[in-house]
Design a protein around this ligand. Structure first.
Ligand SMILES: [Fe+2]
Ligand SMILES: [Fe+2]
Length: 200
């Protein structure tokens, strides 16, 4: 397996929780009150799994390996991806700042939560599409066998740290519970599923 395939599998879990966030926002805007616990769970998943674990691996290992092959940090594709990670963090902060008041039925806070959430869903879906269909292919074209091996080793090390801390499993379980609740679980083929929350 290539390192970028691990990232693409994580994208499937993130996309599933983005679908859940969309349902959370629809419910909140139609009822006027945000349901607190699923919203808090989704925010924590985006902060920990999507940002700390997933974007962490991209920023610390994949993007730096691409830049070592000549991709410019500020103006190239990895620079755009880094800027989008930052924009995503701002939208998650926006949701987090509004979540408690929105759960109390504060209509303005519900609107702020919904706006930040919709912006985040749009941004991250487009970001994942670019990585899966463009950036990862560029990376795999320039990496040697040794580069691929080194990157996979770095990912495994990062993953072992997260697994030791219980982070990875905890947030896969959070994603699975949200997907069950909102009926957004993906249907993977059993032999093609590696680590998403479909239950295989
Ligand atoms: Fe990314
Ligand atoms: Fe990604």
């Amino acid at each position: 397996m290539k390192a970028t395939e691990i990232l693409s599998q994580e994208h499937q879990v993130i996309l599933q929780v983005l679908d859940c966030l969309e349902r959370i926002i629809e419910e909140a805007t139609s009822t006027g009150t945000l349901e607190a616990q699923p919203a808090r769970d989704a925010i924590e998943f985006f902060q920990m799994f999507a940002d700390k674990c997933h974007h962490g691996k991209e920023e610390a290992h994949l993007f730096t390996a691409m830049e070592a092959k000549g991709f410019p940090r500020t103006s190239g594709p990895t620079g755009v991806m880094l800027m989008e990670h930052e924009s995503g963090r701002a939208f998650v902060r926006g949701m987090n700042e509004a979540v408690e008041a929105a759960a109390q039925g504060d209509r303005a806070a519900v609107q702020r939560f919904a706006q930040s959430g919709r912006n985040y869903v749009d941004l991250l879906r487009r970001h994942i599409e670019k990585e899966d269909h463009c950036l990862f292919g560029m990376a795999n074209q320039v990496f040697s066998e040794q580069d691929q091996h080194d990157l996979l080793t770095a990912f495994e090390k990062a993953e072992a740290e997260h697994t030791a801390a219980g982070t990875h499993e905890k947030y896969l379980a959070v994603a699975g519970a949200l997907a069950q609740r909102y009926g957004t679980a993906t249907q993977c083929a059993p032999d093609a599923c590696h680590g998403c929350s479909c239950g295989h």
